[in-house]
Design a protein around this ligand. Structure first.
Ligand SMILES: [Zn+2]
Length: 341
């Protein structure tokens, strides 16, 4: 009986070692281990054997089965390794090496602040509008009460896009005031966050590309008090300060009459600091009552409706929001800065 076992085992191991694929291994498995195979035959023969031999045959049959199964498993593992090796060779990389973990980024601080500002104004009933960055001279200047020879054009060093000077990179978000008036029926309230461009030297507080938020409210009976209340409420919400004072100073902008500069009480100090240049006030935005010529240019009757408008720099607000003292940080893709938000 032992001879039988050894012969079978030797033969099975030889076939397993020679098997080049799963199909060959299955054939061995069928011949020896499956129903009707060698092991099953050995077990089936037991009842016809002399009683003293039965136990030994049973034990041998089980040993044979276990040994063959182990050999099959080992060969399967070898074949799988070989296949992986072959694929590595063919593709030039190792698919089993763990991947490089992806680092999750975060939103740019200006994007975070812009969304925050949009949320605040949306909660106050404002629509968020968008407009083209390449704008017609007509919208960027003329319809905003800035004719071709107006001295206010000197205040906005302009990037012209074409020789005939019909197209400009918008120097402010105010052209969307006209676009809004053309599209919406009063009463309406809207803000327009967006990029604007001016030909300015880059320094700590100036940049050729910056971000403005334009605001426009047109209805019957709108007055300066509404403007002040709106900006103070919005700023308190955006900067999360319970009491944040604002003040108006006279200011000149061709598209408003009267026009104001709005200052915000410095949120960082009581008696002067570096950020407010030791004045306790921070210049925040230009604003005013929409000039009748601008209402007319937008197709709105200035005898019936009035409106207020404001435009503030998102970059400047971000400097207050996050106590940042150099506007250039927002344009430089420096992770040491960006990772702090
Ligand atoms: Zn201060």
């Amino acid at each position: 009986m032992n001879v039988d076992l050894d012969d079978h085992l030797e033969e099975a191991r030889r076939r397993i070692a020679e098997a080049a694929d799963e199909a060959a291994l299955r054939a061995v498995e069928r011949a020896y281990v499956d129903k009707g195979g060698v092991v099953a035959e050995m077990l089936a023969s037991i009842p016809g054997l002399p009683p003293e031999d039965r136990k030994a045959v049973g034990v041998n049959a089980n040993r044979l089965k276990t040994a063959i199964q182990e050999a099959l498993e080992a060969r399967r593992s070898e074949l799988a390794d070989a296949e992986l090796e072959a694929r590595r060779g063919a593709r030039g990389f190792d698919p089993t090496v763990p991947g490089t973990p992806q680092r999750r980024g975060s939103l740019h601080p200006l994007t975070q602040l812009q969304r925050h500002v949009e949320d605040v104004f949306t909660s106050m009933g404002y629509l968020v509008l968008d407009g083209p960055e390449v704008e017609l001279d007509e919208y960027n200047f003329q319809k905003l009460n800035i004719p071709a020879d107006h001295p206010a054009r000197e205040m906005q060093d302009t990037f012209w896009c074409d020789r005939d000077q019909h197209l400009v990179l918008r120097t402010h978000t105010s052209p969307v005031q006209i676009r809004a008036m053309e599209q919406l029926e009063p009463p309406f309230r809207t803000i327009v966050p967006g990029r604007v461009f001016r030909n300015e030297e880059l320094d700590a507080t100036h940049s050729h590309t910056f971000h403005q938020v334009e605001g426009l409210c047109v209805a019957e009976g709108v007055a300066v008090g509404h403007l002040v209340m709106t900006l103070r409420t919005a700023l308190r919400e955006v900067l999360m300060k319970d009491d944040l004072d604002v003040r108006l100073r006279p200011g000149y902008f061709p598209f408003v009459e009267p026009g104001f500069e709005l200052d915000v009480r410095c949120p960082f100090c009581a008696d002067g600091c570096r950020i407010c240049k030791h004045t306790t006030w921070i210049e925040f935005c230009g604003c005013g009552m929409v000039h009748p010529n601008v209402l007319r240019a937008g197709g709105i009757d200035p005898e019936r409706f009035s409106g207020f408008a404001f435009g503030f720099g998102l970059d400047r607000l971000a400097m207050m929001w996050a106590a940042i003292d150099d506007v250039r940080h927002f344009l430089e893709a420096d992770l040491r800065f960006l990772e702090q938000f």
